[in-house]
Write a protein that binds this ligand. Structure first.
Ligand SMILES: NC(=O)c1ccc[n+]([C@@H]2O[C@H](COP(=O)([O-])OP(=O)(O)OC[C@H]3O[C@@H](n4cnc5c(N)ncnc54)[C@H](O)[C@@H]3O)[C@@H](O)[C@H]2O)c1
Length: 334
């Protein structure tokens, strides 16, 4: 078998950087190329543990000429596509970048992959499109999203991801491009830009600042450790069926308020505080179109990809708290 050459878009972001480190560990002979525009959310420092062993191209995935040149030069045998604008609140205040990067960017990559892999005599590669459970909209108190749940996105972010999923699926059905799609629940772990719930809360507890909680705090999210997600992405890449979607989650539902209370306890313990930081909790006006509950049914991933989460939630969360307390200053200067 020839050398594997994997292109990881968004590899300088939260999940992308974790995926790069994971791929280096499990497939050390593969050549890795990170393509990332380095928006506010991307940071080359996240890649430091693997930096000497990978290539990096600073480029915008929605720039067709730049992507064509990269595909021609690197000739990937696989693409792990993670680059996206990812923060729901930013998509509400300014949706344009979400349309450009998430929809146009995905189209450009699919088109480049089609030109390279479906040309006469070419060896086809695989395109893994990484998406979110937010495409399914909001759940009531019962049930969980399966891969057959109709798409019903609420925010400009989730609508842009839903759109990109449809385009990716269309390239498989129309042109026969080898595409696999994953839809994952909320991730936690190292390298998440400190605007998302977990790092924001950990930082504010450290600084004894108010802990903002949307609405009544009873919105439910299904939390998955990023390392388990990366293992699922590799499993979907290796064993997924072309044209199929796989929901990734660890059946670990938490209301926002309970999660924040747990974080207070963990940070207090870590900092040796005697009084509880839970008194800092402060309810703020709810997010527009805020989905009430997300929950993933991961049966297909378990059965067909032979994947199961391995991390214990509370241990992994405690490790994550320690990681941020140690790295806020060095990585983000906060
Ligand atoms: N974080 C989660 O909980 C979660 C859950 C499910 C799915 N996802 C999906 O996983 C992927 C990665 O999410 P994340 O949390 O790591 O996001 P992130 O915001 O931390 O990282 C995104 C990366 O993409 C890069 N990027 C953005 N626009 C680009 C463009 N036009 N060209 C090139 N690079 C660009 C950024 O610089 C950044 O490095 C996204 O597609 C997201 O929709 C995330």
């Amino acid at each position: 078998m020839g050398t594997k050459r994997y292109m990881i878009t968004g590899g300088a972001g939260f999940i992308g950087a974790n995926l790069v480190h994971h791929l280096r560990a499990v497939e050390p002979d593969a050549e890795l190329l990170v393509v990332d525009k380095l928006t506010y959310a991307g940071n080359e420092r996240y890649l430091e543990p693997s930096r000497a062993a990978i290539r990096f191209e600073k480029a915008d995935i929605s720039d067709m000429d730049a992507m064509r040149a990269i595909f021609d030069d690197f000739s990937p045998t696989g693409v792990f596509h993670l680059a996206a604008e990812s923060h729901v609140d930013r998509s509400i205040s300014g949706p344009a970048d979400f349309i450009q990067s998430n929809i146009v960017g995905t189209f450009v990559l699919l088109e480049c992959a089609r030109e390279l892999w479906l040309a006469e005599g070419a060896t086809p590669g695989r395109f893994l499109h990484v998406s979110t459970d937010e495409v399914y909209g909001s759940l009531g108190p019962e049930g969980a999203f399966t891969e057959d749940t109709p798409y019903d996105p609420s925010s400009p972010y989730s609508a842009s991801k839903a759109s990109s999923d449809h385009i990716a699926r269309a390239y498989q059905r129309t042109y026969g491009l080898d595409v696999v799609i994953t839809n994952c629940s909320n991730n936690f772990g190292p390298y998440q830009f400190p605007e998302k719930l977990l790092p924001v809360i950990i930082r504010n507890i450290r600084d004894e600042k108010p802990l903002p909680i949307y609405g009544d705090g009873l919105n439910v999210r299904d939390w998955l450790h990023v390392e388990d997600h990366c293992r699922a992405l590799k499993a979907a890449f290796d064993r997924g069926e072309s044209g199929r979607s796989y929901n990734i989650g660890s059946e670990n539902e938490w209301t926002n308020i309970d999660l924040v209370r747990l974080l207070c306890d963990l940070v207090d313990q870590e900092l040796g505080r005697e009084t509880s930081s839970q008194s800092l909790i402060s309810f703020v006006t709810d997010r527009l179109g805020h989905d009430r509950r997300y929950a993933i049914d991961p049966k297909r991933a378990r059965d067909e990809l032979d994947w199961a989460p391995e991390q214990s939630f509370e241990n992994a969360l405690a490790d994550t708290v320690r990681w941020y307390l140690k790295n806020f200053e060095t990585i983000w200067g906060v």
